[in-house]
Design a protein around this ligand. Structure first.
Ligand code: BEZ
Length: 213
C-alpha cells in the first residue's frame, strides 16, 4: 500500500554507513528527508550523493536530518563512498542506508515493478517532527533530482507549520506568501497585524514571516 501525505512514516531498523539506524529514534523531534537510489556505483546516484553532501549545511540550517538509501549492502556503500568523494569533491557526511532485503524499500513502496522489478526508483520523502509524511516525490532512475527544489519545499512546509501561510506558484524564499484559507480575517489580523493585500477574499498576500518570529 503506497504511503500518502499525512500517513505515519513507517519505523525500521537497518544498517547504514553511520552504523545501525533506528529511524524514529534517529529523527526524533527533527524534520527528515529519506531518499532512495536505484543502485550503488551508478552515475546519476553518484552525482546526487555528492550534491547532498555539499548541501548538508543547508539541511542542517533547517533542522533536517538527511538519509539516503540504496538496495545494496553497506559494505558496497563504503566502497562506493570513496568514488563519491573522489569524483564529486565531498565525502558522504550523512547516513546511506543498506537495504539488501528490501525492508525499507517495501515499507516505503520504493520499488515500482513496472519500471524495474528489483531496483528502487528515486523516491523522496520529507517527514515532519510529528513523524508524518509531508511530501513525497518520485523520479525515474534516469533523472537526477533537483535538491534546490527539495529545499524550497522544505522552506514552504516549515513556513506553513510555523506561521499558517501557504506559498504561491514558483515561490522563492523572500517572496510574499498566502494566508491559509482556514484562517478567518479576524484570526489573520492577530497573526499579521501589519496587514495584507487581499486580491480576492480568498487570496490574501502577506510578507513572508521570518523563521522564529
Ligand atoms: C544512475 O544512477 O545513473 C542510474 C541508475 C539506474 C538506472 C539508470 C541510471
Amino acid at each position: 500500500m503506497a504511503l500518502r501525505l499525512g500517513d505515519d512514516a513507517p519505523d525500521f531498523t537497518v544498517e547504514s554507513t553511520a552504523g545501525t539506524i533506528r529511524f524514529h529514534d534517529y529523527i526524533d523531534g527533527s524534520w527528515a528527508v529519506l531518499f532512495s537510489h536505484p543502485k550503488d556505483f551508478t552515475p546519476v546516484c553518484t552525482t546526487e550523493l555528492g550534491e547532498v553532501a555539499k548541501r548538508k549545511a543547508d539541511f542542517d540550517a533547517r533542522g533536517v536530518k538527511v538519509l539516503g538509501l540504496s538496495v545494496d549492502p553497506v559494505s558496497d556503500h563504503e566502497a562506493w563512498a570513496g568514488d563519491i568523494e573522489e569524483t564529486q569533491g565531498t565525502a558522504l557526511n550523512f547516513p546511506l542506508l543498506g537495504d539488501p532485503d528490501r525492508t525499507v524499500s517495501n515499507l516505503y513502496d520504493m520499488i515500482h515493478p513496472n519500471a524495474n522489478s528489483t531496483l528502487t526508483v528515486r523516491s523522496v520523502f520529507v517527514i515532519g517532527p510529528d513523524k508524518k509524511i509531508k511530501l513525497s516525490i518520485t523520479y525515474p532512475a534516469s533523472t537526477g533530482r533537483n535538491f534546490d527544489e527539495i529545499l524550497r519545499v522544505i522552506d514552504s512546509l516549515q513556513l506553513t507549520a510555523e506561521h499558517q501561510v501557504a506559498t504561491p506558484v514558483n515561490w522563492q524564499d523572500g517572496d510574499d506568501v498566502i494566508i491559509v484559507p482556514a484562517l478567518s480575517d479576524d484570526e489573520a489580523q492577530k497573526k499579521f497585524p501589519g496587514g495584507w493585500q487581499a486580491i480576492k477574499p480568498y487570496l490574501r498576500l502577506v510578507k513572508q514571516p521570518q523563521s522564529g518570529s
